[in-house]
Design a protein around this ligand. Structure first.
Ligand code: FES
Length: 105
């Protein structure tokens, strides 16, 4: 089963959650369901507060759209996807489709 490992200096330990892709749940949704201390505000991919580094451990590395790229640039985050790296992404727009991820903030 796919999973996401969440890691942050604001948590005492990493948390790994398994999920079933349902076509609508995002990384941010999963974190919020477990009450993980992750910053977010708009939930619409415009404010940039949910930006975090995402590493794809298994599954397809997905590209970045212009809207996400523009928001990351506005917040001085690298806005390119390098396979295998911890790339900055907006968690509210990162739909879970079966990848296993590591998310750090
Ligand atoms: S919560 Fe605003 S961009 Fe994700």
């Amino acid at each position: 089963m796919p999973s996401i490992t969440f890691s942050s200096s604001t948590m005492p330990n990493e948390v790994t959650l398994e999920y079933v892709p349902d076509g609508s749940t995002t990384v941010l949704d999963l974190a919020r369901l477990e009450s993980l201390p992750i910053y977010w505000h708009c939930g619409l991919g415009t404010c940039g507060t949910c930006a975090a580094r995402v590493t794809v451990l298994s599954g397809v590395e997905r590209g970045m759209g212009n809207k996400e790229r523009n928001v990351l640039i506005r917040f001085d985050k690298p806005a390119e996807v390098r396979p295998g790296d911890a790339n900055w992404r907006l968690l509210c727009g990162y739909l879970l489709t079966g990848e296993t991820l590591r998310v750090e903030w």
